[in-house]
Design a protein around this ligand. Structure first.
Ligand code: HEC
Length: 156
């Protein structure tokens, strides 16, 4: 019996990459606590660092991030589904390294700080944003509003 175990394990490892993709779960409406986190932490962050390109004036990538409704609707692609952080276009783009061409916000803008990204991740995960983290993220958003911007991109 014991000799079967390595075989079984090998079979599992083999099966894993070809396993069919999980069906997307139905989208649940946001809870009042999630809406409150969005209003308190996430929207101000988007307003400060994303809405200049993703709002009423410009709609880059057909994406607006100026309201919860617009954010949930997404742009050319879905930005995220609550509870599925690993399939989120928005998280993927903000977590890219600062040297990646696709990073959001683009290189000439203030990058999101670790705290801001962590808070955003918790929100997309569907977890409450812990108080301390929320405070730190809000403070970073305020700083981004007042600090001078990184040097503009050299013109090609
Ligand atoms: C200076 C302008 C600018 C700012 C600021 C900016 N973006 Fe973008 N964003 C773009 C452009 C241009 C595109 C479309 C081209 C592309 O996909 O790279 C885009 C595309 C995207 C997409 C892909 C949309 C889709 O459905 O294909 C996401 C997600 C995104 N941005 C998120 C953000 C987030 C989050 C922020 C703020 C943290 C942000 N962006 C700030 C310019 C900006």
């Amino acid at each position: 019996m014991r000799s079967l175990l390595p075989l079984l394990l090998a079979a599992c490892a083999f099966a894993a990459p070809t396993a069919p993709k999980k069906k997307p779960e139905p989208v649940k409406p946001l809870t009042p606590a999630q809406k409150a986190d969005y209003a308190k932490v996430v929207q101000p962050m988007f307003d400060a660092q994303c809405v200049s390109c993703h709002g009423p004036k410009k709609e880059k990538g057909k994406l607006r991030l100026d309201t919860l409704e617009a954010t949930l609707k997404g742009g050319k692609n879905l930005a995220f589904v609550i509870g599925q952080p690993n399939d989120s276009m928005l998280l993927a783009r903000v977590f890219l390294g600062r040297t990646a061409g696709d990073v959001m916000p683009p290189k000439e803008e203030h990058p999101l700080t670790e705290k801001q990204k962590e808070a955003l991740y918790a929100f997309v995960e569907g977890q409450p944003i812990p108080d301390e983290l929320a405070k730190a993220a809000i403070a970073d958003t305020k700083k981004a509003l007042t600090a001078p911007k990184p040097a503009p991109k050299p013109k090609k």
